[in-house]
Design a protein around this ligand. Structure first.
Ligand code: PMM
Length: 390
């Protein structure tokens, strides 16, 4: 007898084991996904729902484990065992309220988004999308002041594109804690000539990193295809309409408060669940405001209203953000929590950034906003080669 532990974190391990033993490709894949472990936290439930879940788990003959407390339950088991709870005809009547949300979660897992619709184009998510950072701010935390002229910024964008960036993110307002507010006119004067210059040279697609509707509109007119809003559409009520009308791609980032107040708001009982719930709410509001689902990317906002420990938890548990069903972007580049983990100063964090991106890819992120595109590209080339079986 020979006993081998298969790699539980990837369905590919089970698929390959079955395929090597003569199974057809499709049934092998469905079986592999079906026996993958799922752990679902269900909150705000009634006492009757809690009892029904405990009863269901006892009846399911050990197929799923249920841990519960007042108002919550944690259900763990193979996806194929838990899936019936998402079906009205199979689930106990007392659990009908659970079906829609669980159904969405299972669907997002089975069919993750394969592309992102931006203005006038579609970006495939089958391979990593590296977003190159072009900050035209005098005071950004890691590279502020390095790009003194429009020409230097355009040259920098061209280099990032040559290094493998599939989107260039132009920002004219620093979002580091305590950064001075930038008037709309000044922000437009910083970003528009750079966006226009890049567009003229056929470089892009281009994203504008702004929280303001007026800046976004000017950037779109100059050739931008994406709006990257670190406030998740909370800062300027007019931004959603600008993005929706232009059919722009939108990156919604999670933060609490504003860059001035966010450090005091890094208080969470359960950081990943709270960030996922708040980010999911932002995305729902965006859809209600007229931004099509396929245009939305979500970003947990590393370093925004989070401590170093909370950022590390979020990175490790990124799959929870991915389970929202939107493509996930991450911006770990040179951030303080990488320094906390490695002891490296801000100017020496590109290796840690590349490793962080590889870890994020493995957990399901597909877009990576970085300063050093070449190094990150290499790390992601390896990470994606191991998880995209050929
Ligand atoms: N971080 C910064 C600015 N913009 N946008 C997104 N989507 N995600 C981020 O994590 C993010 C961002 C701050 O970093 P910088 O000052 O180096 O640009």
């Amino acid at each position: 007898m020979n006993v081998t532990a298969l790699a539980a974190q990837t369905p590919e391990a089970v698929r390959a084991a079955l395929a090597a033993r003569g199974w057809e490709a499709q049934p092998a894949w469905f079986a592999a996904v079906g026996i993958q472990q799922l752990v679902v936290l269900i909150e705000d439930i009634t006492e009757a729902e809690r009892e029904a879940l405990v009863h269901w788990s006892a009846k399911s003959g050990g197929g799923a484990d249920v841990l519960t407390g007042a108002g919550w339950a944690l259900v763990a088991g193979a996806a194929s065992r838990i899936a019936p709870l998402a079906r009205y005809d199979r689930a106990p009547a007392e659990l009908a309220r659970l079906a829609p949300a669980l159904g969405r979660l299972l669907a997002a897992r089975a069919e993750p988004p394969r592309s992102w619709a931006i203005r006038g184009a579609e970006l495939s998510l089958e391979s990593p999308v590296i977003i190159g950072i072009v900050n035209v701010t005098p005071d950004s935390f890691s590279d502020g002041g390095h790009l003194p002229s429009v020409e230097a910024a355009i040259e920098h964008g061209a280099r990032l594109a040559a290094d493998g960036a599939r989107l260039l993110d132009i920002g004219g307002e620093s979002t580091r804690p305590g950064a001075a507010a930038v008037p709309v006119k000044e922000e437009i004067a910083r970003v528009v000539p750079v966006i226009a210059g890049l567009a003229k040279r056929g470089l892009g697609p281009i994203s504008v990193d702004t929280r303001k509707a007026e800046v976004a509109r000017a950037a779109l007119d100059a050739g931008a295809a994406v709006i990257n809003d670190v406030s998740g559409l909370r800062f300027d009520a007019g931004l959603a309409a600008v993005a929706g009308d232009a059919q722009a791609g939108v990156i919604l980032m999670h933060m609490r408060g504003t860059p001035d107040t966010m450090d005091d708001l890094a208080k969470y009982g359960h950081v990943v669940a709270e960030v996922a719930a708040e980010l999911g709410g932002m995305a729902e509001r965006a859809e209600r405001a007229g931004i099509a689902r396929e245009r939305i990317v979500v970003d947990p906002g590393f370093g925004f209203a989070k401590t170093a420990t909370q950022n590390l938890r979020l990175l490790d548990e990124l799959a929870t953000i991915v389970a929202l069903g939107y493509p996930v972007a991450v911006g770990v580049s040179r951030k303080r929590f990488l320094g906390a983990a490695t002891g490296r100063p801000v100017e020496d964090r590109d290796r840690a950034t590349a490793v962080g991106c590889a870890l994020a890819w493995e957990r399901g992120a597909r877009l990576f906003r970085v300063h050093d595109v070449a190094l990150t590209r290499e790390a992601l080339a390896l990470a994606s080669a191991t998880t995209n079986p050929t």
